[in-house]
Design a protein around this ligand. Structure first.
Ligand code: ATP
Ligand code: MG
Length: 423
């Protein structure tokens, strides 16, 4: 036998029994985001590498060491997208959707980062995100955060915790950055490898360390809030007042930063209390990125958005059994091989007459005895046997009730009530 090939490391199959969780999340999102006026956008999975190095930032973990980058046959450098915002902005600019107007987009799809695989951290993972363009906030910040809060409510994930921070403007952050570099340089011997690398490239990211041994050092670092510019401080105060008035609880975390370079002012994260996700407990993260559109060649345009980790959310929904089980199959259609042609023709007539019927027609032939075994295994509520041109038999596969015998013509009209009565 030939050897088996496995999926690439950190890239997972999603098997049929899990689909119910994915579909619940996806349909709740689709419905909710539409109610807030967000429109779906789909952009390519592959983009020019430069899009990400310019948008996400040359010295971020993502661009430095996590991207899947390759040259195509024309020697163009392309990358699998590591996140969705850059592509949204690129598409918005390319189609003239951002200039001097407001826009609300949402997207969903696979993202790729070459990370160390852990529970809730994969190399191909799914994000659902939303982006609002052309509004400087803080009202839109509050509205978008409220949309995420409502999503948890509709999914039954009411114990997610909202953490909030303001990063100020790029200018005020520059001054704070210098203070941070001074502080951490004084403790250079206590920095772990990642932090040493970040010290001069992306020192704010040190605050986001997942290393418990670094936490004490980080706790003593200068506080970003003491260095916010007055406009950002006012923006942040207004956002807090709005959220409070809207009944959305939050905690301020002055150490909250984001891994991407393009954020300014508001940043937020939703964190699940589920212990088994460990340091993968952030299920949704986002904020304001007022400089990004300009960085990608557009006119200055405000932006606010977030992305959620769908695998992490699915894991929680599944763990807590928060989703109603998928509707079981109604019918397994068995046919005596002698009447195969008439039987298959009748099965199609049934599907036309009962458009919502879920039914498996027996495939691969076999005796009626073999077929009933498959019917039992299929999980269907009823078995229907076509073993005579003028007669079919309907039998519950779950209960010991008398089979019902009727003509195919009668079955076309009576089946809906027969299936409902006994299901
Ligand atoms: P982290 O600090 O956990 O690495 P991040 O700052 O890199 O997260 P973002 O780029 O903001 O994350 O992505 C938004 C969300 O997408 C995260 O909060 C998380 O839920 C999810 N996510 C990010 N990377 C992964 C991954 N490798 N596997 C699964 N989900 C992920
Ligand atoms: Mg990351």
């Amino acid at each position: 036998m030939a050897s088996l090939i496995k999926s690439a490391k950190g890239m997972n199959d999603i098997l049929p029994p899990d689909m119910v969780y994915w579909h619940t999340l996806e349909s709740t999102v689709r419905n909710l985001f539409a109610r807030y006026g967000f429109n779906e956008i789909r952009t390519p999975i592959v983009e020019a590498t430069e899009l990400f190095s310019r948008a996400v930032g040359e010295v971020t973990d993502i661009v430095e060491k996590e991207m899947y980058t390759f040259n195509d046959r024309e020697k163009t450098s392309l990358s699998l997208r590591p996140e969705g915002t850059a592509g949204c902005v690129r598409a918005g600019l390319e189609h003239g959707l951002l200039y001097n107007q407001q826009q609300r987009f949402w997207y969903s799809g696979p993202m790729f980062r070459h990370e160390r695989q852990q529970k809730g951290r994969y190399r191909q993972f799914t994000q659902i995100g939303a982006e609002a363009f052309g509004m400087t906030g803080p009202d839109i910040d509050a509205d978008v955060i409220a949309m995420t809060a409502r999503l948890w409510k509709e999914l039954g994930l009411i114990d997610n915790r909202l953490e909030l921070n303001s990063l100020g403007t790029p200018q005020s952050r520059q001054a704070y950055r210098a203070l941070l570099v001074n502080y951490f340089s004084a403790y250079a011997d206590q920095l772990d490898e990642d932090s040493k690398r970040r010290l001069h490239t992306n020192p704010l990211r040190i605050l986001d360390t997942k290393n418990p041994e670094m936490k004490a050092l980080v706790a003593g670092a200068p506080n970003l809030h003491d260095h916010l510019d007055p406009e950002s401080a006012e923006h942040f105060a207004q956002l807090q007042a709005l959220l409070t008035a809207m009944g959305i609880e939050f905690v301020i975390n002055p150490r909250l930063v984001r891994g991407l370079d393009y954020y300014s002012r508001t940043v937020f994260e939703w964190i699940t209390p589920d212990a088994d996700l460990g340091s993968q407990s952030t299920v949704c993260a986002g904020g304001r990125y007022d400089g990004l559109v300009e960085q990608l060649g557009g006119a200055p345009t405000a932006g606010f958005g977030f992305a959620m980790g769908v695998e992490r959310l699915v894991h929680i929904l599944k763990n807590r059994a928060l989703v109603a089980p998928a509707k079981p199959l109604a019918l397994y259609f068995m046919v005596d091989s002698e009447y195969l042609v008439a039987g298959m023709a009748f099965a199609e007539r049934l599907r036309s007459a009962l458009p919502t019927l879920t039914m498996i027609t027996n495939g691969g032939g076999g005796s009626l005895k073999a077929q009933i075994k498959r019917a039992d295994k299929s999980g269907a509520a009823f078995g229907l046997t076509f073993d005579h041109p003028q007669q079919i038999t309907l039998k519950s596969l779950r209960e010991r009730t008398e089979p019902v015998v009727l003509t195919p013509e009668a079955a076309l009209t009576q089946l809906p009530s027969l299936l409902n009565q006994k299901a």
